[in-house]
Design a protein around this ligand. Sequence first.
Ligand SMILES: Nc1ncnc2c1ncn2[C@@H]1O[C@H](COP(=O)(O)OP(=O)(O)O)[C@@H](O)[C@H]1O
Ligand SMILES: [Mg+2]
Length: 406
Amino acid sequence: MADLRLTNVAKSYGDVDVLRDIDLTITSGEFIVFVGPSGCGKSTLLRMIAGLEQITGGTLEIDGQVMNDIPPSQRGIAMVFQSYALYPHMTVRDNMAFALKIAGQSKDQIRAATDRAGKMLQLTPYLDRLPKALSGGQRQRVAIGRAIVRDPKVYLFDEPLSNLDAALRVATRIEIAQLKASMPDRTMIYVTHDQTEAMTLADRIVVLAGGGIAQVGAPLELYERPVNEFVAQFIGSPAMNLLPGRVKATGPMTTVTLDGGLEAQVAIPTRPGDEGMEVNLGVRPEDMREDGGASVFEGTVDLTEALGEVTLLYFGTNAETAPIIAKLPGIHPGLNGRRVRLSADPQALHLFHKGQSLLYRDGADLPPYQPRMASPSGSMGSTPAFPDGGGDRIEDGVIKPVGPVR
Ligand SMILES: Nc1ncnc2c1ncn2[C@@H]1O[C@H](COP(=O)(O)OP(=O)(O)O)[C@@H](O)[C@H]1O
Ligand SMILES: [Mg+2]
């Protein structure tokens, strides 16, 4: 059991404010991932939870107890660092045993704990080796083992895989997912800048930006219902395209006239009076199709990148604004220099006004999130509930999910 509650948590170094107004409730057993641009305060927030950094405003509670002034060793937390931070002159077993020795545990207890961690992390054959005789992935597992032997209620990971090469990252990511599954009541908070890690590991992702929380939600909820343009472009790769235009007709479906003259139908409701409103139409590269449907975008391909499973088309690479990018499934030779028209399902489009999603207006509650799913024919339709019931808890975020007009 370890519920964490952060209330108005803030951090400043002198008169430099790094974080402010962090309100977040984490339920026991959750896997929470912090993402955000470099320097936005992810490590700082993690270190404040660990007790390695003073909290300069607000409160941190664990299981109802205020932890602000409790030393790290008494918080029931263990942290795993990107740099591994192993003692080079100690064997794997001694590295894992160190904290237990300091805590005065008996030899038998220490042996049992290190045996167990070694088994969980497939390190048993390496327990007597020094770190220098291990691969990067094995060293990171030892660092995780040092956390496991203490059997903490809360695990904190700060970009634990970023020193590993691509193949090892995938393997270790899966190990971390399995480790979490083997400890369903342990809470994990994990910092990463890797989209795939965030999307695959998290029960909920916390997007940090500009010193605060931009949005909290289940991974697919952030992907399909970003609260603002920042989250829309931060989650998903390549980033969501934003096409400027104006509302032409309102109703349960909105018609947008895009700069350049094309018209798009969007399955986001608007109200009488919204006509003429300046908006950005958001369309993800992977939602653009070359199927002859009503175009949301037309342009000349400046560059293609053939990745095999998909082809990326770039438009306007010389413009001052970011290029428009489309991601078409499969291989499309000979599109360079060609003029193409691309359509998108109205259900897959997003609508922003002054940077904020029009789905979230006026404080009404959005219906619980349900992911769109590809139907067998490949088109998108609305579908059954999200398996873990996630998505109904965005109210933890600072930017309140404010409801739809629908
Ligand atoms: N000891 C410190 N003194 C002053 N500023 C700091 C200190 N530690 C971190 N910062 C600043 O706090 C901000 C957040 O840093 P950090 O939490 O490491 O970001 P992230 O992990 O998201 O990349 C950065 O702008 C960084 O320069
Ligand atoms: Mg960091």
